[in-house]
Write a protein that binds this ligand. Structure first.
Ligand SMILES: Cc1cc2nc3c(=O)[nH]c(=O)nc-3n(C[C@H](O)[C@H](O)[C@H](O)COP(=O)(O)O)c2cc1C
Length: 370
């Protein structure tokens, strides 16, 4: 552990709706259970916003005994996770990540609001009805994930027309570098047209001209160190969302084997997998992905019916993503799918959240309790 603070200036705070992030970093939601209450509360204690990924939370919970429990148990497990996160971080900013593509999207949003999530970040589809599902608490900040200026314009116009509200922020996710599901077709991957360098300045200018900067732009994908954050802010972002960087921390909720896969990853080990959701996704090469690429049948039993459209359930063409992500989080690297951003190979050890924030922001808020 480093004792000293580093001689770098603190990052500017980020205002999102009613909430001030003392450090302009949102920890990206990582399902299944890679970002649960442990990771989210530790980021919140350091002054960022910690997000609990809501997808399939139940499967490793005490509420799940058999398959038919899945949806009811997801709600109970999310209520537990939010309660525990709040206990561990009474003053920090805790939110959730709710994916439009999952069948219990609405239930996850409603449960998030009921159990005090201060923000909801929502992607894997356009969250057109999010304000309606979150209406019970107008203070909950609502933050769509988008991958283009067009999607941002559509979201803002629709929400304003239908609900008289604007997104409290927008997360732009760069498909060229981000982890998990990517918001474009395989053919469009690695096109500079969709990169942070191209899209973030456009979004920043649009927010400034159309909305007087009322919609802060947060960029996600490939953010690793302080230089990356400074670069993102120079492009016009007001904050960053980081996910892969948080995996090799003691506080991350995944099994040690999951973290070790990142430490062991070498150049060339990050691959693109076609997910049953019909989107490309980024993952570390494992026994699972090798079998998949050889055309072997892997994890074809759909046990959760988690996705609204699923090539595994509907046409038995793919694998059960819930099962594969759950196995990885539990440390089973033979059958597990390990999502990652392109930065996977940069991990060389597991560190504490405190040390990571000292590296990124020059100091740790947990050294002087708030
Ligand atoms: C292990 C893992 C799981 C993820 N799960 C989700 C998820 O459940 N929902 C979501 O919207 N994004 C998910 N993502 C995407 C991240 O939230 C984030 O936006 C993206 O990975 C940022 O890029 P970075 O990992 O390079 O920081 C996941 C990413 C990873 C690495």
């Amino acid at each position: 552990m480093t004792d000293q603070t580093l001689d770098i200036s603190p990052l500017p705070p980020l205002q999102i709706g009613d909430y001030t992030l003392q450090v302009p970093i949102i920890q990206g939601g990582m399902g299944v259970r890679v970002s649960a209450h442990g990771l989210a509360s530790s980021v919140a204690n350091e002054g960022g916003a910690g997000l609990i990924a809501t997808v399939a939370l139940s499967v490793a919970s005490k509420h799940y005994k058999k398959r038919k429990d899945y949806y009811r148990a997801n709600k109970l497990a999310l209520a537990d996770e939010l309660t525990w996160a709040r206990e561990k971080s009474p003053k920090g900013i805790i939110g959730t990540n709710c994916m439009v593509a999952i069948r219990d999207f609405e239930a996850m949003v409603r449960t998030s609001v009921e159990y005090g999530a201060q923000m909801i970040v929502s992607g894997a589809g356009l969250p057109l009805r999010l304000p309606e599902y979150a209406a019970a608490n107008p203070r909950t900040a609502l933050i769509p994930i988008i991958s283009s200026l067009r999607a941002a314009q559509l979201m803002a116009r629709r929400w304003f027309k239908t609900y008289k509200r604007l997104p409290d922020a927008l997360v732009f996710e760069d498909p060229n570098t981000a982890g998990g599901h990517l918001g474009i077709n395989r053919e469009q991957l690695f096109d500079p047209e969709h990169s942070m360098e191209r899209v973030v300045p456009e979004l920043a200018e649009w927010s400034r001209k159309q909305y007087n900067d009322e919609i802060p732009i947060v960029t996600a994908g490939g953010i690793w160190d302080r230089a990356d954050i400074d670069h993102a802010l120079d492009l016009g972002a007001k904050g960053v969302q980081m996910a892969s960087r948080f995996i090799c921390t003691h506080e991350c909720d995944a099994h040690d084997n999951f973290k070790q896969a990142f430490i062991d990853a070498k150049e060339g080990d990050v691959v693109i997998v076609d997910s049953p959701a019909g989107l490309p996704s980024r993952a570390i090469e494992t026994t699972f992905t090798k079998a998949l690429f050889r055309g072997k049948e892997v994890a074809t039993d759909c046990f959760a019916t988690c996705l609204s459209h699923c090539r595994c359930r509907d046409s038995e063409e793919a694998f059960c993503i819930c099962s594969a992500l759950h196995d990885a989080q539990q440390g089973n690297m033979e059958t597990g799918l390990v999502f990652t951003g392109t930065n996977a190979v940069r991990h060389d050890k597991v560190i504490s959240m405190r040390d990571l924030f000292v590296e990124l922001n020059g100091r740790s808020l947990t050294d002087s309790p708030r």
